[in-house]
Design a protein around this ligand. Structure first.
Ligand code: 13P
Ligand code: SF4
Length: 311
């Protein structure tokens, strides 16, 4: 207990000394969320990173999120507690493969929309970026006279097609955490709590999305759960989400399942960050997110277009 308090004090002192802001994604562990200046989804974090005036952005999330912070606010030092905090969606779309695909299909003149869960090099090849929180709106604003290629998440892309009625060609990527949830595992929990409502992230498969009462980004889950017309709620996403939901939705029974594997599961990348690593990266100003300037500048344009179109 005392050690945890000391670690917290150390982080707060280093944050002041370094003139840093701590940004954390909704999937970080509770202790990291509680010490952060801002906790949110990918979209909220991108806005906060762009507005940050401190010298250092300590980004507690995965690499593509910290890289986004560097792209939109390049003069800041961006540090990440663990540089190995990757993402299976990012891995599923290497920039050289996307470039080769676009070269092969140059005749199509694709309008390329990238889900933010991809590398800076992939962003640099795209027309606009989206997050799960604004994907429907971004697709609705795409030019109607060009075919859309949506990368890298096929499940999010399929959900956006359902919502917008717009046909898109989908890259075959997926989130290894969200595709693990099954209809059967959720139905098992529903059998125990017949009045429970289900909220799921759009990275889930169609089979799971079909039995959800709401499909939305992590940030939108907060308001939806606060206002849901049932006290029993099954939350189908990464387990870190339960921390904020339990704090901000008093009176709701947020059900992770008989085991945490049924409806919520850990993302091994998100959980690489720890309080100890956060302290160390503030102390050493390392590891830092670095990018070559040409790629950063090319990736900035589609990100700024997204921020503009999300207003
Ligand atoms: P959100 O943008 O909804 O926070 O989702 C990010 C993510 O990585 C989901 O797996
Ligand atoms: Fe990537 Fe999935 Fe982890 Fe989100 S939960 S960071 S999409 S691997």
């Amino acid at each position: 207990m005392q050690a945890a308090l000391d670690l917290k004090e150390e982080i707060l002192a280093l944050k002041k000394e370094r003139n840093a802001i701590i940004l954390a994604h909704n999937y970080q562990t509770g202790d990291i969320q509680d010490i952060a200046d801002y906790v949110g989804d990918s979209l909220g974090l991108a806005y906060k990173a762009k507005q940050a005036e401190q010298d250092v952005i300590a980004f507690c999330g995965v690499h593509f999120m910290a890289e986004t912070a560097k792209i939109v606010n390049p003069d800041k030092t961006v540090i990440l507690p663990d540089l190995d905090a990757g993402c299976s969606l990012e891995e599923s779309c290497p920039a050289d493969e996307l470039e080769a695909f676009l070269d092969q299909h140059a005749d199509k003149n694709y309008y390329v929309i990238a889900y933010i869960n991809c590398s800076g090099a992939v962003k640099a090849l795209c027309d606009v970026i989206c997050t799960s929180g604004n994907a429907v709106s971004i697709v609705n604003q795409a030019p109607s006279d060009r075919p859309i290629l949506f990368v890298p998440d096929a499940n999010l892309g399929a959900w956006v097609m359902e919502q917008t009625g717009r046909k898109m060609d989908l890259w075959n990527g997926s989130c290894y955490v969200h595709v693990e949830f099954t209809r059967d595992s959720i139905n098992k929990i529903k059998a125990e709590y017949p009045d429970a409502l289900v909220v799921a992230h759009p990275e889930c498969t169609q089979a799971v999305r079909l039995l959800a009462d709401e499909v939305c980004s992590t940030e939108k889950m907060i308001a939806w759960c606060q206002n849901a017309p049932s006290d029993n709620l099954i939350v189908v996403t990464e387990s870190g989400m339960l921390h904020r939901l339990r704090k901000e939705c008093p009176g709701k029974n947020l059900i992770a399942g008989p085991t945490d594997k049924c409806a919520c599961a850990d993302c091994r990348f998100m959980k690489l960050n720890t309080m100890e690593k956060l302290r160390d990266c503030l102390a050493n100003l390392s590891p830092q997110v670095q990018m070559d300037e040409a790629t950063r500048a090319r990736a900035e344009a589609p990100l700024l277009r997204m921020l503009e179109q999300s207003k």
